[in-house]
Design a binder for this molecule. Structure first.
Ligand code: FES
Length: 125
């Protein structure tokens, strides 16, 4: 199983790791098949994702995907973030080994879930 240089870079030097106190949106998503968990925190202002951080208790691929996901949506609108797919993140990383593609699900799922909860809490869904 080979990881691309981009995957290794985001695994070794993950961007936006941590927790946001007073986050506007938070979601935690687990992968039942392996037990790994991602928690995503968003700071949203005027529908723009001003800050985003994650905590991933999981495999290297899940960490790399989480890091790339946060990088791709920071500064974007929540509508744009909702359109981000797992495949787009995996492609940005130069691909993931087939056996690790399921690991790309968690980050996009956590991101989408956080935004959907945010919209619901603000009476917009
Ligand atoms: Fe669980 Fe990768 S093995 S997310």
């Amino acid at each position: 199983m080979e990881y691309t240089e981009k995957v290794m870079d985001h695994f070794m030097n993950p961007r936006n790791v941590g927790k946001i106190e007073n986050a506007d949106a938070v979601a935690e998503v687990g992968n039942p098949s392996c037990g790994d968990v991602i928690k995503m925190y968003l700071k949203i202002s005027n529908d723009i994702i001003e800050d985003i951080k994650f905590q991933t208790f999981g495999c290297g691929a899940a960490i790399a995907v989480s890091s790339k996901t946060t990088e791709m949506v920071k500064g974007k609108t929540i509508t744009e973030a909702l359109e981000l797919t797992r495949d787009q993140v995996a492609n940005e990383l130069g691909g993931l080994p087939a056996i690790k593609m399921h690991c790309s699900n968690l980050a996009a799922d956590a991101l989408h879930q956080a935004i959907k909860t945010y919209l619901k809490e603000h009476g917009r869904s």
